[in-house]
Design a protein around this ligand. Structure first.
Ligand SMILES: Nc1ncnc2c1ncn2[C@@H]1O[C@H](COP(=O)(O)OP(=O)(O)OP(=O)(O)O)[C@@H](O)[C@H]1O
Length: 315
């Protein structure tokens, strides 16, 4: 099997600079003949993925969710296939695909697992200057508290894994001084059916809103515990404004997904939704901060928009 590997040496707080010998060894051991490319700056992975995708090749991401985000934006619409080796900090999308944390095992999965059509999220918005934007997301989109955590996590990635995000959660809680963020969130195309969760129509102050294609964010917080990139839908977790003390009590319940029954939390499963928020509300896509100043966002799922290598045990 031949593949192109995009390595982000800056992922995991720069620790991926020393990744190459182990990576080369694990790929060779499972019979993957790899051409390895290293990114030199943010944005490179997207450009490289677009070029490689036009050749219809397998593109293996060796990085975290931010690198996956770039690659998905480059790859969708080309004939390329995506695989992910979880060598970032959070690795939530790799986990959503069912990839193992162990690099040798993940390389084996890439060599042996089948290719499936995975959903991709798309967000469109017009900023305060009237400029239109569009980004795709692989794992999730988050607003409010969530976006602040994603922004601060870049300063604590040296801690590694979920600890990096946990530190950012506490830093964000400590400084959280916005009592209310106005938000109206409506599902535009309810999934419908008696067994589905209800359509979403919330017009209340916002603490956070996570729109999950994958089941976790921030290295394992199960904000949308039942989400999967293979169901043609997006899961939504909307948390109304809560005081800091209550947020602290809710936090541990997100490790197991038990928060979904809390009175401040509304869950929904949708194929699209619109969000109207104050311009000051931060937004992240796969942990990457989007342009500030969005007042209206249209979010939609693109079912089966990307071919991914994924072990069969995912739903
Ligand atoms: N060569 C580079 N130098 C500096 N930054 C880079 C380079 N290549 C990519 N980047 C940027 O590095 C950032 C972090 O990458 P990534 O998200 O993959 O790793 P991570 O933050 O450790 O993992 P996770 O998002 O899973 O927590 C991304 O914003 C990406 O655009």
């Amino acid at each position: 099997m031949t593949a192109h590997v995009l390595v982000n040496p800056a992922a995991r707080g720069g620790r991926n600079q020393a990744l190459r010998p182990a990576l080369d060894g694990h790929l060779a051991a499972v019979g993957i003949e790899a051409e390895v490319w290293e990114t030199a700056a943010p944005g490179d992975a997207e450009r490289m993925a677009r070029c490689l995708g036009e050749e219809g090749v397998l593109v293996i991401v060796a990085g975290g969710d931010g690198t996956v985000h770039e690659v998905v934006n480059g790859l969708v619409g080309t004939g390329g296939t995506l695989a992910v080796l979880p060598v970032g900090t959070g690795n939530d999308y790799a986990h959503a695909l069912g990839m193992a944390d162990d690099l040798a095992e993940a390389a084996r999965q890439v060599a042996t697992a089948g290719v499936r059509a995975a959903d991709v999220g798309r967000v469109r918005w017009t900023d305060a200057d009237g400029v239109f934007h569009e980004r795709l997301f692989a794992n999730g989109l988050g607003l409010g508290f969530d976006a602040r955590v994603a922004a601060l996590a870049s300063e604590t990635k040296w801690l590694g894994g979920q600890a990096a995000y946990l530190a950012a959660v506490f830093r964000t809680l400590w400084a959280w001084r916005r009592p209310t963020l106005r938000a109206r969130v409506r599902s535009v195309v309810p999934a419908g059916g008696a067994d589905e969760m209800p359509a979403l129509d919330v017009d209340e102050s916002l603490f956070l809103c996570e729109i999950g294609n994958g089941h976790s964010a921030g290295g394992g917080f199960l904000l949308t515990p039942d989400a999967t990139p293979f169901d043609g839908l997006l899961d939504v977790c909307y948390v109304r404004h809560v005081a800091t003390a209550r947020a602290l009590r809710l936090l541990p319940t997100t490790f197991s997904g038990a928060h979904v029954t809390a009175p401040e939390v509304t869950m929904a499963r949708v194929s699209g939704l619109t969000l109207a928020v104050e311009p000051s509300v931060g937004v992240h896509a796969d942990g990457e901060i989007l342009t500030a100043g969005a007042v209206a966002l249209d979010v939609e799922v693109l079912p089966g928009a990307i071919a991914v290598v994924a072990p069969a045990r995912t739903a």
